[in-house]
Design a protein around this ligand. Structure first.
Ligand code: PGA
Ligand code: ZN
Length: 464
């Protein structure tokens, strides 16, 4: 069937205020093309936000929704941004995103708001896919393949002081290995624990469906263990992980190991552990202030010592934001100590910003980057950061925010780019399951056209 360029010409751009999984206002954008096809997207929102993230524009009107309203961002979409991209080709994502950034004109998107820009950027991708009669994953895959890889990867491993992601990442449609929150602390669960996420990675599973099934089994076993241990009626945190008041951070690891065993799986071989320390949020500029299990404050070396002692005793394969986002010396130490054995993810450190990631690569810190679309604010910039990561041997992890909605774009994005991993939160709460279930659908629909990124992506850690 023939398609004319007219089909993807942008005719209507419309935004509205909707609500996210914490009942907070957020931006939804709908774009209609000349041919009548529409696409829409809803913008997520973080709680443990990094200081270097693109700017989320809120109304700050204390008389309405505690100042959290997004009517100004919505207004910017319906007015200035709608006019700016009217008549453009929705399929030309990079031209649209360039125009959005140009109209905003600030380095961190603070004039119109990254939430306004991202809504338009993602809705354009959905509209283009619909107009082209492609599924979103296929359209995103084309956009991804259009971003050419950088110079050959061969030099990366030789010069790196850390383990390195396989060169196969990013080359084809791939169902991601999920990294899933079991126990929540930090800002997501009333600071019951200092560390934000205690996660599992089903590294032994052979398919995405098997991986998810194992995760669900462990999650239910953990729930049972917690209630037997007296945490009756234990509540879940913002991302669906359990939020028990444990005696200390380490108890979370021990309980998860027990739950893995109770599910009939082998800790380490079948299911490995991960932690999002989210340390920026208990760092005062010089010291890390821990509360759970007795107040104490440690410097970066003390925190790295603690993490290393856990790596010795638990099958931990991934640590995110092990030190704070502006503690570069701490990052160098952490990477020197653990970079060969553990995936070290920069979230607040890199904020999906290619420039910050390049700084990190140059300084040899971390070996992985969390990819959150709203930290940078457009799809094209997200793809570019992802490309930079893969070209440099850094493991990318596509991630949701703690404030999410039924929008499941990141599931398609993870598969389309072959990034290899995804982090969405736990397997409870529908804003999380919207993505996990979309991945199940994609696995089925793509069948042999897609591969699955299992634990083999961590080969260099095991051998290093
Ligand atoms: P956030 O948390 O969305 O609240 O920033 C997620 C994370 O830190 O990974
Ligand atoms: Zn994080």
């Amino acid at each position: 069937m023939s398609r004319s360029r007219q089909d993807t010409r942008i005719k209507i751009v419309h935004a509205r205020e909707v609500f996210d999984s914490r009942g907070q206002p957020t931006v939804e954008v709908e774009i209609t093309c000349d041919g009548g096809r529409t696409g829409s997207a809803i913008v997520p929102s973080g709680a443990s936000t990094g200081q270097f993230e693109a700017y989320e524009l809120r109304d700050n009107d204390p008389a309405r929704l505690g100042g959290r309203g997004v009517l100004r961002a919505v207004g910017h979409v319906n007015d200035v941004l709608a006019r700016a991209i009217y008549g453009m080709d929705a399929a030309d994502q990079s031209a649209i995103d360039e125009r959005l950034c140009q109209i905003d004109g600030t380095a961190n998107k603070s004039r119109l708001g990254a939430n306004a820009l991202l809504g338009v950027s993602l809705a354009a991708a959905h509209a283009a896919a619909a107009a082209r009669e492609l599924s979103l994953v296929e359209h995103l895959h084309e956009l991804w393949l259009a971003i050419l890889p950088g110079p050959s990867r061969s030099s990366v491993a030789a010069t790196s002081t850390t383990a390195c992601a396989p060169a196969t990442l990013g080359t084809r449609l791939t169902l991601p290995l999920p990294m899933v929150n079991m126990i929540s602390g930090g800002l997501h669960a009333g600071r019951n624990l200092d560390f934000q996420d205690f996660l599992i990675l089903p590294v032994g599973a052979r398919s995405y469906r098997d991986a998810l099934t194992q995760i669900v089994s462990v999650y239910h076993q953990l729930g049972r263990l917690l209630s037997t241990a007296g945490f009756e009626g234990v509540l879940v945190g913002d991302e669906g992980g359990y939020g028990p008041k444990l005696t200390d951070n380490e108890q979370a690891l021990a309980l998860i190991v027990e739950a893995i065993e109770a599910a009939g799986l082998a800790p380490g071989r079948d299911v490995a552990l991960g932690i999002d320390v989210a340390s920026t949020h208990f760092y005062d500029g010089t010291r890390y202030n821990l509360v759970a299990g007795g107040q104490r404050s440690v410097d970066a070396a003390g925190l790295v010592d603690l993490l290393e002692s856990w790596v010795e005793r638990y099958p931990i394969i991934s640590i995110e934001d092990g030190v704070a986002d502006d503690d570069w010396a701490g990052w160098e130490l952490l990477t020197r100590r653990l970079g060969r054995r553990v995936q070290l993810i920069g979230d607040d450190l890199f904020v999906t910003n290619a420039e910050r990631l390049r700084q990190g690569i140059a300084r040899g810190v971390a070996n992985s980057v969390l990819i959150k679309v709203n930290q940078i604010g457009t799809l094209t910039e997200t793809l570019s950061t992802l490309r930079t990561a893969i070209d440099s041997g850094y493991w990318p992890v596509i991630s949701a925010r703690s404030g999410e909605t039924e929008d499941s774009t990141i599931a398609d994005l993870a598969v389309a780019t072959g990034a290899g991993q995804i982090k969405i939160g736990s397997v409870a709460r529908s804003e999380r399951l919207a993505k996990y279930n979309q991945l199940l659908r994609l696995e089925e629909r793509l069948a042999s056209r897609a591969t699955y990124a299992g634990g083999e992506i961590f080969e260099s850690l095991r051998s290093g």
